[in-house]
Structures are given as structure tokens and as C-alpha cells.
Design a protein around this ligand. Structure first.
Ligand code: SF4
Length: 89
């Protein structure tokens, strides 16, 4: 599966979820903020997301170089791996 297909599947799962994903429900740009405190708050809210597991699988498979994904900030992901995924754009 390509990154684009996996991303599209995740977006469909978010739309079909019984409750809204926090990154969709909340009118704040915390998931793409440059502010570390905002990112941290967003990452905590991910823990209540109905598609957290699918989002985490997508993230671990394809990586993301920006934003908060699956309860992790960019700096946390880089700290875990030392570098972005090789198949990141
Ligand atoms: S886990 Fe976080 S980033 Fe992923 S869909 Fe849910 S709220 Fe959005």
C-alpha cells in the first residue's frame, strides 16, 4: 500500500469513527503548532482518539516529518529514531 492510500484509509476511518478524532473536533491548530506546549497538549488529547491505533500504525509504517501524530510530537519521534523514516518525503 502506498503512503497516499494509507493516508486516505486513515482519513476515511476518522470520518467513520463513532466519535470525532480530537484533531478534527477541536478548532485549534495545536496538531500543527510550532509551540511545544501546544503540541504536548495535542499529543495528550490523541490518547482519547477513536482511531489512535490505526493512526499509530500509519505513523510507524510511513512516518511523518511534521505535526502531532498518534500522541507523539515531532521532537519525540526524532528522539525515538534519531532520524525521520527513510520513506518520508
Ligand atoms: S491519534 Fe491524534 S493525530 Fe491521529 S487521528 Fe487521532 S487525534 Fe488525530
Amino acid at each position: 500500500m502506498t503512503r497516499e492510500q494509507a493516508h486516505l484509509e486513515l482519513m476515511h476511518a476518522i470520518q467513520a469513527a463513532p466519535t470525532k478524532a480530537p484533531c478534527v473536533a477541536l478548532p485549534v491548530p495545536a496538531w500543527v503548532s510550532d509551540d511545544l506546549a501546544e503540541q504536548s497538549r495535542a499529543a495528550k488529547l490523541c490518547q482519547h482518539c477513536p482511531v489512535l491505533t490505526q493512526c499509530r500504525t500509519y505513523l510507524h509504517t510511513y512516518g511523518e516529518r511534521a505535526g502531532v501524530w498518534a500522541g507523539t510530537t515531532l521532537s519525540q519521534r526524532w528522539a525515538d529514531t534519531g532520524k525521520p523514516k527513510e520513506n518520508d518525503p
